[in-house]
Write a protein that binds this ligand. Structure first.
Ligand SMILES: *[C@@H]1O[C@H](CO)[C@@H](O)[C@H](O)[C@H]1NC(C)=O
Ligand SMILES: *[C@@H]1O[C@H](CO)[C@@H](O)[C@H](O)[C@H]1NC(C)=O
Ligand SMILES: *[C@@H]1O[C@H](CO)[C@@H](O)[C@H](O)[C@H]1NC(C)=O
Length: 366
């Protein structure tokens, strides 16, 4: 380390520590070669930027105000989203949006480093936000399926299998199905009961996760649904501004179903392991006792307009809060970077009941 001998003692220590950190990252790289991400706006890193007719975009200010360079990327956040933070913890790159790399030369070798298929607005049901996003079915049966094939050609079938088995899959889906149902409830209520809706979603999700298993997924981090009734958008619909009980009921029902589904999958397939993050409970704990969890504001959105900044999405015309680290919500539905930092800290090395049966660290070890 030539620079060490030239440096003063203090700088040398810093350099050594940086070297150690870099080594550590290299070790982590051995354990997880790549991350493959599917889901909705929580995880979207810019796929929707490429959808000409979609209104569900975030590639304009004030989104990204705390992202490196202060620039909007399509992330529905003031800064990093939760996928970025997992990638940082694992020492691998946060995978790029599929639509930004699919037509690159040598795309197969790019896919080896991970791909993010998530699209803002997507839901378990392929009717959720139809035409505004890449549906979850399309992410799996279309985009990921093509990438899976390309990896097979690049590495050979056994090579691709081994690569994918070591990789981390991240899935965050289901919240939009509930939000859509709630916003359209006068219509859907006439058609089907809430329990029926949840059990339909459950059956669809089961098929979708099974398809991902068939296409090589062996390590899954599944993000449970948040207490959506408490997000600024849904609170605002409530005359009392309290959390909406119907939305929260549906979120817990779908989470319970996902837990059973994942447990069944791991029993049926002993080579499948997973980590379920109980977003619902973790977020509610903070909402019930904001100060203890480092928040000053857990009801209003940071960026928006009108009552609680909850009447409009974050846009260049919005106002935004000065201290983003004290807010739970960035806009009417999405968390701030500070909030996902707190949540992913638990997901990464926390314990049951908030993250189970393994945390991300345990899931990705060896
Ligand atoms: C990779 O790029 C080629 C050439 O642009 C394209 O035909 C192919 O569909 C791409 N593969 C995937 C999986 O997107
Ligand atoms: C949605 O999925 C169902 C099966 O679950 C399928 O029959 C239908 O064609 C799909 N619709 C669209 C618009 O993709
Ligand atoms: C911002 O909020 C955080 C969390 O509430 C607090 O610790 C910090 O001191 C605040 N920063 C400023 C500049 O007010």
């Amino acid at each position: 380390m030539g620079s060490c001998t030239l440096s003063s003692g203090g700088v040398c220590v810093v350099v050594v520590l940086l070297c150690l950190a870099a080594c550590c990252l290299t070790c982590a790289r051995g354990a997880v070669p790549a991350i493959y991400v599917l889901g909705d706006s929580q995880a979207d890193v810019g796929n929707n930027n490429y959808l000409l007719h979609s209104l569900l975009k975030a590639n304009f200010p004030h989104n990204g105000i705390d992202y490196p360079g202060g620039k909007p990327t399509g992330r529905f956040s003031n800064g990093y989203n939760f996928v970025d933070l997992i990638a940082i913890s694992l020492g691998v790159p946060s995978p790029p949006p599929y639509l930004s790399i699919r037509s690159k030369p040598m795309n197969s070798s790019v896919y080896l480093k991970g791909v993010n298929f998530a699209s803002g607005g997507a839901g378990v049901s392929n009717l959720t936000n139809l035409a505004q996003c890449i549906s979850f079915d399309e992410q799996i049966d279309g985009d990921y399926h093509r990438v899976h094939e390309a990896l097979g050609k690049q590495l050979g079938i056994p090579g691709a299998k081994a690569h994918l088995a070591k990789s981390l899959f991240v899935v965050a889906i289901g919240g939009n199905d509930i939000i859509n149902d709630l916003l359209l409830s006068p219509v859907s209520e006439l058609l089907r009961s809430r329990d029926e809706i949840v059990s339909n979603l459950e059956n669809t999700l089961k098929r979708q996760l099974q398809t991902l298993y068939d296409l090589g997924m062996r390590r899954l981090f599944f993000v449970g649904i948040a207490p959506l009734g408490c997000c600024p958008l849904i609170r605002e619909l409530n005359p009392t501004k309290e959390c909406d009980a119907q939305a929260n009921y549906m979120a817990t029902r779908l989470n319970d179903a996902a837990v059973v589904l994942l447990r069944d999958m791991s029993e049926t397939h002993p080579d499948f392991t997973y980590s379920f993050f109980d977003t619902y409970t973790a977020v509610l704990q903070s909402i019930r006792d904001p100060e203890a969890h480092g928040y000053k504001e857990v009801k209003a959105a940071c960026c928006g307009l009108g009552d609680n900044n909850a009447m409009f999405l974050c846009s260049p015309a919005s106002v935004y809060c000065d201290n983003r680290t004290s807010y739970m919500f960035w806009d009417v539905v999405h968390p701030t970077q500070a909030a996902v930092e707190k949540l992913m800290k638990i997901a990464f090395d926390g314990s049951a009941p908030l993250v189970s049966p393994k945390n991300i660290k345990q899931l990705t070890e060896s």
